[in-house]
Design a protein around this ligand. Structure first.
Ligand SMILES: Nc1ncnc2c1ncn2[C@@H]1O[C@H](COP(=O)(O)OP(=O)(O)OP(=O)(O)O)[C@@H](O)[C@H]1O
Ligand SMILES: O=c1ccn([C@@H]2O[C@H](COP(=O)(O)O)[C@@H](O)[C@H]2O)c(=O)[nH]1
Length: 233
């Protein structure tokens, strides 16, 4: 069975709203993820928090960086509860787990338990990032992919791959089909942070960057079809 780590951008959960969680959008992603799970994929999800809070933004406004980052991590726990609930509503077993203990809300992440749940066919939805400030959920995705033995990191985001500059600010940006980890780092292509790229490289885990907004995108990526950028060695 293919085991993959799906990194779901927090911003993707906003739908057309300016911030927060748009339930119809979240349910639509959940339906697609559930279908892939029913088709046999074993899926661990790391959820971002950019739709609710970004630590750097808080720090820029005068908060101390670590406190702002903890607020960001709490935002990812809220998102993971919403995603796990939407997955259950879509008919699959899904379990939110948090890197930061908050036992009346959800189970604390341990590698052993997450691995057991995945083996039994559940989807684990990992909130709280790494549990440490000064990191991101992209780094969390690379870390969890390595410790859970995932064959790929699927970065579900707002754009359909890695470009030579940010396509949201440069309409003339051109997309890559494939890149090496070294090229992403050397060219400072900021679709993921450099710590995440370095960790994926050191663990030999390919990263697939794709647009989550397209219908059927996840099933296509799992089948090696569709439009995406593959970052590997
Ligand atoms: N070279 C590049 N190629 C592609 N996208 C890029 C590049 N540089 C910057 N980006 C931007 O990176 C963004 C991907 O980040 P994403 O929204 O997935 O953020 P995240 O921090 O991983 O998640 P969250 O939304 O939870 O904070 C894209 O929306 C895109 O605009
Ligand atoms: O390990 C981690 C993960 C996240 N954070 C903080 O949370 C926000 C939201 O995560 P995104 O990856 O930007 O979606 C992030 O900006 C950090 O402030 C963290 O501190 N440690």
């Amino acid at each position: 069975m293919t085991r993959v780590l799906l990194k779901l951008s927090g911003e993707a959960l906003m739908g057309a709203s300016p911030f927060g969680i748009d339930l119809p959008t979240t349910r639509e992603y959940a339906r697609e993820i559930a279908e892939c799970a029913r088709d046999g994929a074993s899926i661990a999800i790391v959820v971002g928090g950019g739709n609710i809070f970004r630590g750097m933004a808080g720090a820029a406004k005068g908060m101390d960086r670590a406190s702002a980052d903890y607020m960001g991590m709490l935002a990812t726990v809220m998102n993971s509860l919403a995603v796990a609930q939407a997955l259950r509503d879509a008919g699959v077993a899904a379990r939110p787990m948090s890197a930061i203990p908050m036992e009346s809300i959800c189970e604390t992440y341990t590698r052993y338990r997450a691995d057991e749940y995945l083996k039994s066919g559940e989807i684990v939805v990992l909130g709280g990032g790494t549990g440490s400030p000064f990191f991101t959920t992209d780094s969390t995705a690379a870390l969890r992919a390595a410790e859970l033995g995932c064959s790929a990191i699927l970065k579900a985001t707002q754009v359909d791959g890695v470009y030579d500059s940010d396509p949201k600010t440069n309409p003339a940006a051109t997309r890559f089909e494939t890149l090496t980890y070294g090229e992403v780092l050397a060219r400072d292509l900021r679709v993921m942070d450099s710590a995440a790229i370095a960790l994926a490289r050191d663990s030999g885990i390919p990263i697939i960057v794709f647009d989550i907004h397209r219908d059927g995108a996840l099933a296509d990526v799992l089948a090696g079809r569709g439009r995406f950028t593959r970052v590997a060695g």
